[in-house]
Write a protein that binds this ligand. Structure first.
Ligand code: HAX
Length: 425
């Protein structure tokens, strides 16, 4: 048995009892109010989901298992995945065991590459990644065991097994998508001496003489790992998983949501916005130029990508971490300087638009400029990097949900007519 499985097997009975007793004792207590505005406003603020892997208080930003993000920025993704699943940071031996398990389950099957090769050459890399995961569904341990008649208490075990397999193939799949989609030459074989993030960087095949790009990617993969349960990708994955569709179906579905421009795709749009402003003003714009460009964007009825958030009401601590990285490693880069200048200007512009609840930069405002600096210039690929990381959050949430026996998700919907009658009676 792997150390992670062993650890979870020790934790799960206590977790189940805690939830069972909580519901038994307080099951009828009210914890959230729902207004008409909330219903028509994308359910913003409705507390209707459980997520134990992470939380996002509006005034603090991401907290993973009670640890503030700023205290996790030096960790490697394997440590984060362990933390998400168990609530504890792993020991060195536990990290090594997880890494050995990931390497043991690596290897993208040939048929996946054949399917991707058969797709139109200009397919979006997110569509290629999602397809790659989905076509591997036939491997699902969960589906196999479910078909054989597995007990509900055991659901989490094959969910964990599928999660390890998905995480194990993701760097190779995502690296292969990059090389195939952008004509970068043959796929690069995994190097089993490297950790998960470094191996991904190795399989992308970009030059990285001093290892700074690898450092950026480690940070990137750590920062994007999870963001509580209500965002589109996590919620979609969770909802699909609650029907006991296996993790291949659920993660692929979640990633399809991440591919939306208001969600994960914002990172590709963001860099486009920064480069557009630089093009218009022939280099790093002045603060005045930037301010005008932001107003022009708004007046054209468009959003300023990389700013605003459905939950946060402060500068996203993930943006802070990228900004600190840029200041340390590429302070003289004009794209980075434009991003930095945007931070000084854009919030003041957005603050003047009454309807905008959060004028501050989110995670996507800072990452693109850094990736661009290190030679990863295919914007459309940026959401794939996000996906490789976010798979950790989605999968850990699935494992935890199956562990405590969460039922199928089924909120009640009502027609407008019914709501009208309800509020006017
Ligand atoms: N630029 C212009 N208008 C904005 C805005 C921005 N950056 N942020 C919000 N608004 C607008 C909304 O479009 C909305 O307008 P309408 O009522 O006319 O539709 C209004 O302000 C109220 O929105 P809100 O309550 O402040 O924000 P929402 O919770 O509805 O939306 C979004 C949150 C992140 C989708 C939004 O801020 C946005 O579109 N930002 C730009 C895109 C972006 O950066 N997305 C990435 C978010 C991080 C993420 O999930 N990454 O995966």
């Amino acid at each position: 048995m792997s150390m992670l499985k062993d650890k979870m097997a020790g934790i799960i009975p206590g977790m189940r009892d805690e939830i069972k007793n909580l519901v038994k004792e307080h099951g009828d207590k009210e914890i959230s109010k729902v207004t008409l505005k909330m219903i028509y406003g994308g359910m913003r603020g409705v507390k209707g989901l459980v997520c134990d892997t992470s939380e996002v208080p509006p005034d603090k930003g991401l907290i993973i298992r009670e640890i503030m993000l700023k205290d996790l920025t030096e960790k490697i993704p394997e440590e984060i995945f362990w933390l998400l699943c168990t609530g504890q940071l792993p020991t060195k031996a536990e990290v090594a065991d997880l890494q050995a398990e990931l390497h043991a389950h690596a290897g993208v099957p040939d048929y996946v590459w054949k399917v991707l090769e058969a797709m139109p050459k200009d397919s979006h890399p997110m569509c290629m990644l999602d397809t790659g995961i989905l076509v591997m569904e036939g491997e699902s341990e969960f589906r196999k065991r479910y078909t054989q008649g597995m007990r509900k208490e055991d659901y989490w075990e094959p969910t964990l097994a599928d999660s390890i397999r998905i995480l194990a193939i993701l760097p190779e799949l995502a690296g292969g998508v990059y090389r195939m989609r952008y004509g970068k030459g043959p796929r690069i074989k995994s190097d089993t001496k490297l950790d998960w993030s470094a191996d991904y960087v190795h399989m992308l095949g970009l030059p990285d003489n001093d290892g700074t790009f690898a450092k950026l990617m480690r940070l990137y993969l750590t920062l994007h790992s999870d963001h509580e349960g209500g965002n589109v990708s996590a919620h979609t994955c969770h909802c699909v998983g609650s029907a006991l569709s296996d993790p291949y179906y659920a993660v692929s579905a979640g990633l399809n949501g991440l591919a939306g421009p208001l969600h994960g795709l914002a990172n590709q749009e963001c860099l486009g916005w920064v480069l557009d402003v630089m093009k218009k003003f022939n280099g790093v714009p002045s603060e005045k130029d930037l301010e005008k460009f932001a107003w022009d964007t708004l007046n054209a009825g468009k959003v300023v990508p990389g700013y605003g958030h459905a939950v946060l009401r402060i500068t996203d601590p993930r943006f802070d971490a990228f900004l600190a990285f840029g200041k340390k490693y590429c302070a003289d880069d004009p794209v980075f300087q434009t991003v930095e200048r945007g931070f000084n200007v854009v919030p003041n512009v957005l603050r003047q638009v009454q309807k905008i609840a959060d004028p501050w930069p989110n995670v996507d405002a800072g990452s693109g400029g850094l990736l661009y600096h290190f030679g990863l210039r295919e914007f459309e690929y940026y959401t794939v990097l996000f996906s490789v990381s976010r798979a950790m959050g989605m999968l850990s949430q699935l494992i935890v949900s199956r562990a405590w026996g969460e039922p199928i998700e089924r909120p009640k919907s009502v027609p407008t007519k019914w709501l009208k009658a309800q509020v006017t009676k």
